[in-house]
Design a protein around this ligand. Sequence first.
Ligand code: NAD
Length: 469
Amino acid sequence: MSKAEIVSCEPATGTEIWRGKVCDVDDTVARARRAWPAWAAQPLSTRMELVRRFANEVRKEAEKLATTIARETGKPLWEAHAEVELVINKVEISIRAYAERTSQRKLDSALQGTMAVRHKPHGVLLVLGPYNYPAHLPNAHIVPALIAGNVVIFKPSEKAPASGEILARCFSRAGISAAIMQFAVGGPAEGQAFVAHEGVDGVLFTGSANTGITINRRLATRPDKMVTLEMGGNNAMVVWDTPKLTDAAALIVQSAFATTGQRCTATRRLIVKASMYDAVISEVKALADRVIFGAPFDEPAPFMGPVIDNMAADGLTESFLYLLSHGGKAIKHLVRPDDSLPFLSPAIIDTTAMKDRPDVELFGPILQVIRVDDFDEAIAEANNTRFGLAASLVGGTPQDYNKFWANARAGIVNWNRTTVNPSHAAPVGGIGLSGNHRPTGYYAADYCAYPVASGEMEQPRAVIGVGLK
Ligand code: NAD
């Protein structure tokens, strides 16, 4: 019987761009386990050299990788190029992070010898990738995992395997064999089978909260497995006393609509001081009206492309209608010019009057606006979510920001910056339904290796001082 296939299509046109056979889960894991001891035994300097070569290979393939990301996800070409840069930059960041966070430490004491702290890799790590950043986000786990001495099984999103395949090819051209960094095609069923597999020592996941919870539940009785969950958000931006309305509007539009709202850190809820509401909203609407949405290679270049597929566009349209029919007031309608394609316009809706706003991640270009009277109410509203990924304050005094920072429940808390574009030179992760306190970014080194504490002396030397006859 022929194996099932995964087919990837361009969101902007519906054209098929890639197809590949689903992997055999048992064979993939067995191959990884065979490869691990030799990879873990390589000197750290060799592993670092090889990931640096990988960065060079990505540089050589930059045009092809960016074009494939743009075709496969629908994001504009300029943005796909920016994603490729993130992939390359991750290598030096990870090398630095490994040295700073997991390097060997020794404490010498004349009486007790040496107390050493060294780190060991987990073994076979599974990386499950999302579709919105199909190269950068899996890579953000893969590179630190390899540096630490793990082998990796990389299962890309079934919606964006072609981009992942190019990434995998760059690893193998760099001399990191296809057994050390295995590219494993599959969908949720293969993801589940890998997660449950005895031969997998840990799961590094980036994706939706629902999937993350499923994985967490599946591994609840397996404390021996490392589980890192990077999930979604229902992120808030608070706009408080600021005269800089043009800048504020630019931050809001970028935060809500970059990547067509398909970013985990995108602003979903804009919380505005009532006295500023009209001025802020008219500025934001005017800017959102100017946003070009189109196909990735259009000229002039669009600000945002389509969402990933028609199912996502249908779901977002339904969600917008739900908000409208439950008390939301449209400031800018969600428009889908062609029902057969997943292009959506930026949409803005005031949901202040809604009784029960659904606390879900609407992964697309829909911005809800909530009007509040005082700053405490603004912070309470920002925290009115089970998620906790990103929050930003635009405007306000340093005292306001201190208060916002101290009380905002999120892993990323910014001031006069977007909620999007988190730096991988810092930890990236959230609390609540957004993550499990194992942030990626700079702190990925922490979950890719475990510390071993060793008391060491060259010769046995011990005294029992009391309690002997
Ligand atoms: P998803 O959860 O649908 O899929 C992610 C990966 O998990 C895919 O590879 C998929 O095949 C696999 N998978 C699905 N079901 C599985 C199961 N039961 N067991 C094991 N694996 C399974 O996510 P998506 O739709 O591809 O990505 C969008 C989501 O990712 C959004 O919610 C977004 O917020 C989130 N995200 C989070 C971050 C972050 O850093 N926190 C970054 C980007 C995206």
